[in-house]
Design a protein around this ligand. Structure first.
Ligand SMILES: [Zn+2]
Length: 339
């Protein structure tokens, strides 16, 4: 007798047949299908989650293949949207999983329609504007949100469950983009991503099988090179503007992820300010060596990357020349400016 597909997982007392059925009845949205999203979506598809929403605004490039485990050389050669390449791969991994793809930039304008009905949101993003949008949405709609981020050899993860502390209880404001390292500027170790994304997927599975009380109440910080791990405890703050006072400016469009606007037919996209000014000299020194032709003038910083000309203004606004694709412009800004 051959064991069923999920036999080893059902054998776990923490999951069992009832947990397996719960997984099959759940829908998870994975926002960002880069390195974290590759590992997370693969694990959840194999675990037998009933339906996955695969959301990403970018295309597969050769420089992704070192760590983005869903993709192949062929996907990069074809320049497939990550959502499309991920769907092909995951359908082959587990045809029992329902897959819905959205090759879009998730914004305050479209999030309510796209994420309607999901049971859990898994963070695979590379920027804080989208994470704060997801946090606002998760708190407003009482949906679980598993946060994850990796850069260099370290990363952090944490589960935000309805009624518990939210991201803004601990960090009321996102970090200054100019001071935050990105994978492009600092590099990233593939195994660090697998560890963080794997642990985040475990927290997601606990919530999906109805054991949200067993997730860690806060965040975990890990450095796989140094072998360090810190558990950070988070407490729900009654004074938190998000979960305490019900203010959701990222969700209402007042902050962060307003849709980028194509401002002319001449091949440029304007991306509005995330709501705070940029420290241009700090940003310039951080980008040194990772982009070309950096020029710092009084009110703006200009550089060249991936055949695109980026002009980033001191008020936080950016202009990306060489494309009329808002998703591509925002993806390039997330990897460089970090907004
Ligand atoms: Zn809060």
């Amino acid at each position: 007798m051959e064991d069923s597909r999920y036999a080893r997982q059902e054998r776990l007392p923490q999951i069992g047949a009832s947990g397996q059925k719960a997984l099959r009845d759940r829908t998870v949205a994975i926002i960002g299908l880069g390195a974290l999203g590759s590992v997370g979506s693969d694990l959840l598809a194999r675990a037998g989650v009933g339906r996955l929403l695969l959301i990403d605004r970018d295309i597969v490039e050769a420089s992704n293949l070192q760590r983005q485990t869903l993709y192949t050389e062929e996907d990069a050669r074809l320049g497939l949207p990550k959502a499309v390449a991920a769907e092909q791969r995951l359908a082959a991994v587990n045809p029992e999983v329902g897959l819905d793809i959205h090759a879009i930039d998730l914004t305050a304008e479209n999030i309510q329609g796209v994420l309607a009905g999901v049971d859990l949101i898994l963070d695979g993003t590379d920027n804080f504007a989208t994470r704060y949008l997801l946090n606002d949405y998760a708190v407003a709609k009482q949906v679980a949100f598993v946060y994850a981020g990796v850069v260099g050899t370290y990363g952090m993860l944490g589960a935000i469950v309805p009624g518990g502390a939210c991201l803004r209880c601990t960090w009321p404001e996102p970090p200054d983009a100019a001071e935050s390292p990105t994978c492009r500027s600092a590099g990233v170790l593939g195994p660090a991503v697998s560890v963080i994304a794997g642990w985040a997927a475990a927290e997601a599975i606990k919530i999906l099988v109805g054991k949200a009380e067993e997730v860690h109440a806060g965040y975990r910080y890990l450095d796989v090179w140094q072998g360090t791990h810190h558990a950070i405890y988070a407490k729900r703050e009654e004074a938190c503007l998000c979960c305490g006072k019900g203010e959701h400016p990222w969700l209402s469009g007042g902050r962060g992820t307003l849709a980028a606007q194509v401002i002319c037919a001449g091949g440029a996209v304007q991306v509005p300010s995330p709501g705070h000014a940029s420290d241009l000299p700090a940003l310039a020194s951080r980008l040194e060596g990772t982009v070309q032709d950096i020029k710092l003038a009084g009110a703006f910083l200009r550089f060249h990357v991936d055949d695109l000309d980026v002009i980033h203004f001191v008020d936080g606004r950016s202009l990306v020349r060489g494309t009329e694709d808002p998703a591509r412009a925002r993806a390039v800004l997330a990897r460089t400016v970090g907004c």
